[in-house]
Design a protein around this ligand. Structure first.
Ligand code: HEM
Length: 345
């Protein structure tokens, strides 16, 4: 297994804890950082900047139309530093704050609308991802972004724009989905408003959906054989679908005894912080980052998880987890796309 896939390795939490917590990956030509204190140092230091996610040169060189992808990155706070970042972040935060309650109400209604899937006969097998989590959280994301997301729009592909290793074919697909979304937003709105709505989808479609699913799987597994109402649902997200983030070095800097130079890339394994002293998965503030790029969607995401947990706590049935599969070819997110369960007596 290469460093590229460390975040997919089942025993990765042991590897994360091994010293020195910082090494240069020959296969990735980037610094790998697993020590939480070093991750915090990177996130709060001005010697590091976010990647630009700029694909304009690629599209010019290969003469490929990535117009929607290029336009979107101009409006994503996570692709900018300085004044532009501050402006975008403030805009984004206003949009998320003003629509959080509507998003959570949409989530509540969507969960209720699917309650009957748990009343099927004992022994019924079904996919909780496609029958519950995906449609319910899509409803929340539609309200949060104020974009009516139709079923034919596979918005989950969009966040792969944050993976610099994806193929041109995937970039074209993302561009096509963004074009589809753009068609659902009133043309009368200004560019700022239109792009902020798309950026909300890009930043939540995998993080929120995946983290809620991963946390559900994790906490269900901690209470085997109990009815859903008796599972020890915690109030915090104990797993994250975003195990890592990347930064680039913009000034010479010392980190963990190593000299890093401008142009170096740094991969921060933020999920490494999510293990308690007893070795159990737990929430850590690094899940939502610290410093100037700290997540703007943290509050609504935690409240969304709590709403899902409260909903599960009203269900009398037992659910046996049969299998979970994650999306293929994903080097950034840990996003389940199938959660097969069986209703037990
Ligand atoms: C459980 C769900 C989520 C997790 C685990 C998560 C995690 C993160 C992390 C780790 C970052 C920092 C990335 C970096 O430094 O490269 C981040 C930034 C960000 N997140 Fe989230 N996020 C979640 C949900 C959301 C949602 C629902 C939204 C919006 C609707 C959102 C909006 C943002 C924005 C705008 C930024 C960039 C902030 C900036 O650059 O100033 N996130 N998120």
């Amino acid at each position: 297994m290469t460093d590229l896939l460390l975040q997919k390795q089942p025993d990765r939490f042991d590897i994360y804890r091994r010293p020195p917590g910082l090494w240069l990956s020959p296969s990735r030509k980037r610094w790998m950082v697993t020590a939480p204190d070093l991750i915090r140092q990177v996130m709060t230091s001005d010697a590091f900047a976010v990647p630009t996610y700029d694909v304009s040169r690629l599209s010019e060189r290969l003469n490929v139309d990535l117009r929607f992808l290029n336009a979107l990155r101009e409006w994503i706070p996570l692709a900018h530093e300085g004044e532009r970042h501050r402006h975008l972040r403030a805009n984004f935060a206003r949009a998320v704050t003003s629509r959080s309650d509507a998003a959570l109400e949409g989530l509540r209604q969507a969960l209720e609308a699917r309650r009957s899937i748990f009343s099927r006969p004992t022994g019924t097998e079904f996919c909780l991802f496609s029958d519950l989590f995906r449609p319910a959280l899509r409803r929340a994301i539609a309200r949060l972004s104020d974009v009516p997301l139709t079923e034919d729009l596979p918005v989950e592909v969009i966040p792969q724009l944050f993976d610099d290793t994806i193929s041109l074919t995937r970039r074209r697909r993302i561009n096509a989905v963004l074009e589809g979304i753009s068609g659902c937003i009133p043309a009368s709105l200004g560019e700022d408003e239109r792009q902020t709505r798309m950026a909300v989808i890009a930043l939540s479609a995998n993080t929120l959906l995946g983290s809620v699913c991963q946390t559900f799987i994790e906490q269900l597994g901690q209470s085997p054989g109990r009815p859903l109402r008796d599972v020890a649902w915690g109030r915090e997200l104990t797993r994250t679908a975003l195990p890592l983030v990347e930064k680039r070095v913009v000034k010479p800097v010392e980190l963990g005894g190593q000299s890093l130079q401008p142009g170096d890339r740094v991969r921060l394994f933020i999920e490494a912080a999510g293990v308690s002293a007893e070795g159990r998965p737990c929430y850590d503030d690094l899940f939502f980052a610290v410093g100037p790029h700290k997540c703007v969607g943290m509050n609504v995401s935690i409240r969304a998880w709590q709403m899902v947990a409260d909903f599960c706590a009203t269900l009398d049935c037992k659910v046996e987890l049969l299998s979970v599969s994650e999306r293929d070819g994903d080097y950034v997110f840990n996003l389940p796309e199938r959660i097969l369960v069986k209703l037990d007596a």
